[in-house]
Design a protein around this ligand. Structure first.
Ligand code: ATP
Ligand code: MG
Length: 440
């Protein structure tokens, strides 16, 4: 294998034998060749990829897509049914199941044992022990048996050991998700240092932010096969498509292209005319979330939407801070007095980051609409000053009957937006924090 490569995975497949009951397993052992008492389950099918030296490659995929199985095969703790894996140099691993620590021994003893497994001498470990301890930051627990540790503490110690031995290849399976935010930040700092020193990293995570921020390439696995391999942003888009059922496939892998002011003006003028006012085409639009929750009495219908970010129509990934323009085609199926348009933006965990309605912002144009059998266009402009992540837009048309609000068409979480990272702030919202300083 070329020394420019850290990992080469060549046509790896993995088949598990699934037995419906223990009896079948026994029969299979007794009558090995006569009959098959198990079902085959192919967890991986013909996986091939390479990790060049010094690169950090991310692997994403739904639960059960085969990520951990693949990492175990690369680490050598599981053997492939077909294909082969080659790794160059010392391989360190932080796997999902267990740290490799013996729960009966103390943290200190485990540090020495796993260090030895990784090829370090006692002297080398003695020299590095203080660093390991200060990185893990688990205090007196270092002399307690590992079985008394919290899962976060186990990961802290395991990461401290693995990163101190300077592996040539480091394999991380979601382990970092267990640590608290401060520890995660410390780990990524350490990962960056390892990377700078030439360690190649294979990272499995569900966090799009980690993939985009820390990886130079990414691989999307689905049902045991590679769906796409490429730039982190492109791969994350495809992953979101898989998770949230976007209708339209990505047409190209290019990052968004900056448009000239002339083309922008043209697009602004025509964008609202691209809305369809004749039928409910909402679900065919890019960014539509097939898992929306829709309800209402049907007296009005949200027929169509058009989302623009910095004048780019139906953006795949949106830069934090983008000027957003959302236009909507609405149909009033019967007369509605003073229709109300509502909008809310939530995180994928369901936290509301902002919302309003046409009564709160006093949108007079809307009050006058609502004639039976009429259609209308409504638009919402906003600054997307949000941190990297996935967000959903909920929309609704309603009206008042006395003190009650009558929902006509509510489409909760019906539009999905992916915001790309901005390194200038952390938290959920960009408060445009500015700093100044001077000598006095
Ligand atoms: N020892 C086993 N015997 C039978 N099936 C297994 C075994 N290990 C894993 N599988 C199956 O293989 C598939 C892939 O599992 P794997 O743990 O690799 O998924 P994953 O992508 O890591 O998922 P997650 O995101 O939940 O960690 C799953 O359907 C799982 O049930
Ligand atoms: Mg897993």
């Amino acid at each position: 294998m070329s020394c420019d490569l850290a990992i080469r995975v060549n046509g790896v497949s993995k088949c598990f034998e699934i037995y419906d009951n223990p009896r079948d397993r026994l029969l299979q052992m007794l009558f090995r060749s006569r009959r098959q008492y198990y079902r085959e389950f192919w967890a991986l099918r013909d996986i091939s990829f390479e990790v060049p030296r010094g690169e950090t490659v991310g692997i994403v995929g739904r639960n059960g897509s085969g990520k951990s199985t693949l990492l175990q095969i690369i680490c050598g703790t599981l053997s492939p049914t077909a294909g082969s894996v080659m790794t160059n140099g010392r391989v360190g691993a932080l796997l999902e199941l267990g740290s490799g620590f013996n729960p009966e021994f103390t943290g200190r003893e485990n540090v020495y044992m796993s260090g030895a497994v990784l090829g370090l001498t006692r002297k080398e470990l003695d020299e590095r022990f203080d660093d390991i301890l200060s990185f893990a930051d688990i205090g007196e627990f270092i002399d307690q048996p590992v079985k008394s540790y919290s899962s976060g503490m186990v990961v802290r110690l395991a990461f401290a050991v693995q990163s101190q031995v300077q592996p040539d290849v480091l394999i991380v399976d979601e382990a970092l998700a267990v640590g608290d935010a401060r520890f995660q930040a410390k780990c990524f700092d350490r990962l960056k240092r390892l990377k700078d020193n030439g360690t190649s990293i294979l990272l499995v995570t569900h966090s799009g932010e980690q993939i985009v921020n820390h990886c130079s390439r990414a691989i999307l696995l689905n049902a045991g096969s590679v769906v796409v391999e490429g730039k982190p942003r492109t791969v994350m888009n495809r992953y979101m498509d898989l998770l949230f059922g976007r209708e339209r496939a990505l047409e190209n892998d290019n990052d968004s292209v900056a448009l000239s002011p002339d083309t922008l003006a043209d697009q602004n003028a025509t964008s609202d005319t691209k809305l369809d006012f004749s039928s409910d085409v909402y679900a065919t639009r890019f960014g539509y979330n097939a898992h929306e929750y829709r309800w209402g009495d049907g007296a009005a219908t949200l027929l169509d939407f058009m989302l623009k970010a910095n004048n780019e129509e139906f953006p795949t990934v949106i830069l934090s801070g983008a000027k957003m323009h959302l236009s909507l085609a609405v149909r009033f199926n019967m007369q509605i007095v003073r229709p109300i348009l509502g909008i809310e933006i939530r995180t994928k965990e369901g936290v509301t980051v902002g919302g309003t309605n046409s009564e709160l912002v006093y949108c007079e144009e809307l009050f006058a609409l609502g004639a039976a059998e009429s259609t209308a266009v409504a638009a919402v402009d906003f600054d997307l000053d949000l941190a990297a992540g996935d967000y959903f837009i909920s929309l609704g048309i309603s009206s008042r009957r006395g003190d009650d609000i009558i929902p006509h068409d509510r489409r909760y979480d019906s539009i999905h937006m992916t915001v790309s990272p901005t390194p200038t702030f952390y938290g959920l919202v960009d408060l445009k924090l500015a700093m100044t300083a001077a000598t006095r």
